[in-house]
Ligand binder design. Structure first.
Ligand code: PLP
Length: 380
């Protein structure tokens, strides 16, 4: 089944009881047990819920996965995995990483005796060199948020396998449609479905997919015990969004490529970060593990004054936190996605005062380019 068909028909998409074309929002916390000796599939919605299960089937389809667990946010999904490590365990993670994940790994995990070393993930050897006798896992984000650094998945997975380590990949920027990380050998594929999977900036939800039965059981147990489960309404909205995901991703990534090429030639833009550009240092590696450069372009306007002038002048994109909506969204990572880091740490990660992150939507790209050019023209 090809992808445009799969996102619509690759999983049970009608209600099995009524034939309803949209699986209902089962807004129920508990379920009648008419015979207490019988074993029921649904007993309490923290354990399972039909709307959430339907989304889970859809995520399995697009991830080419056997199992998927739905969480109340991308961060809940990440936490559910990481809280399964134990006191004394060590994880190696990429240095360029979403601010919330960095905060979890530096402010929370150490309190439970779990340590994390951050490495420059653009060289797989750095992952290898950071392994110690307590290392249990590699945590990867590629392309990274917001500087779009690339990890060579095949090499890092091969190092992990040789050392018997678990691999965890936050695939939010590529989505399973552009990078099938489980087929490459990743153990846990994470997505903040808040972004491109739902795609309408109206839901917070996280997904984890795996092909390992033991890991799936562990994830489900964590979701139940921690209680960070996706709500029925959010699951329903995400199912609805997912059905148009292939079209959105195709359109947004084509737009992003055009925008990146345009910005790269613009005199007011100091640098463009986009793995679909041949000038990106890891373009070849990225294209070997992804279908295209993705939907997010970051660029540097050199200083805060230029950023402020530009953001005050831009008209079409939403200036906001987040990404992955059908509408274009521009974020200023320094005070948005990476606000929880110290200025020193931000600079280590390349989050400079001139850096903007552009999640390219499905608008007509010519309109976006005119708008961006007008805004750039205001910079002296
Ligand atoms: N991972 C990445 C790469 C993100 O960009 C984000 C949020 O921006 C998250 C995880 C967290 O997702 P959520 O906001 O759904 O918790």
């Amino acid at each position: 089944m090809k992808i445009n068909t799969k996102v619509i028909h690759g999983y049970p998409m009608t209600d099995k009881y009524t034939g309803s074309s949209s699986i209902p929002i089962y807004q129920s916390s508990t379920y009648s047990q008419t015979n207490i000796e019988e074993k029921y599939k649904y007993i309490y919605s923290r354990f399972s819920n039909p709307s959430r299960d339907s989304l889970s089937d859809a995520i399995c389809a697009i991830e080419n996965a056997q199992y998927a667990e739905m969480f109340s946010s991308g961060m809940a999904a990440i936490s559910a995995i990481l809280l399964n490590f134990s006191q004394g365990d060590h994880i190696v993670a990429c240095k360029s990483i979403y601010g919330g994940s960095f905060q979890l790994m530096t402010e929370f995990l150490p309190r439970y005796g779990i340590s994390v070393s951050f490495v420059d993930a653009t060289d797989p050897l750095n992952y290898a060199n950071a392994i110690n006798e307590h290392t249990k896992a590699f945590y990867i984000e590629t392309p990274s948020n917001p500087t779009l650094q690339i990890t060579d998945l095949k090499s890092v997975i091969s190092i992990a396998k040789k050392n018997n380590l678990i691999t965890i990949c936050d695939n939010t920027f590529m989505t399973p449609l552009l990078s099938d990380v489980l087929s490459l050998g990743i153990d846990f594929s994470i997505n903040s479905a808040t972004k491109f999977i739902n795609g309408h900036s109206d839901v917070i939800l996280g997904t984890v997919a795996t092909n390992n039965e033991r890991y799936a059981e562990m994830l489900h147990k964590s979701a139940v015990a921690i209680g960070s489960i996706a709500a029925p309404f959010d699951s329903w909205l995400t199912m609805r969004g997912l059905k148009s995901m292939a079209m959105r991703v195709e359109r947004s990534s084509e737009n992003a490529q055009k925008l990146a090429e345009h910005l790269e030639k613009h005199s007011k833009v100091k640098h463009v970060f986009y793995p679909g550009l041949t000038s990106h240092p890891n373009h070849q590696i990225h294209m070997s593990q992804s279908k295209n450069g993705g939907m997010v372009v970051s660029f540097d306007l050199d200083n805060y004054d230029n950023v402020k002038t530009f953001l005050d002048a831009v008209r079409i994109p939403l200036v906001a936190v987040s990404l992955g909506g059908i509408e274009s969204i521009i974020s200023y990572p320094r005070i948005m996605s990476h606000a929880c880091l110290s200025e020193e740490e931000r600079l280590v990660q390349g989050v400079t005062e001139g850096l903007l992150r552009f999640s390219v939507g499905c608008e007509d790209i010519d309109d976006i380019i005119v708008d961006i050019d007008n805004a750039l023209a205001q910079i002296k």
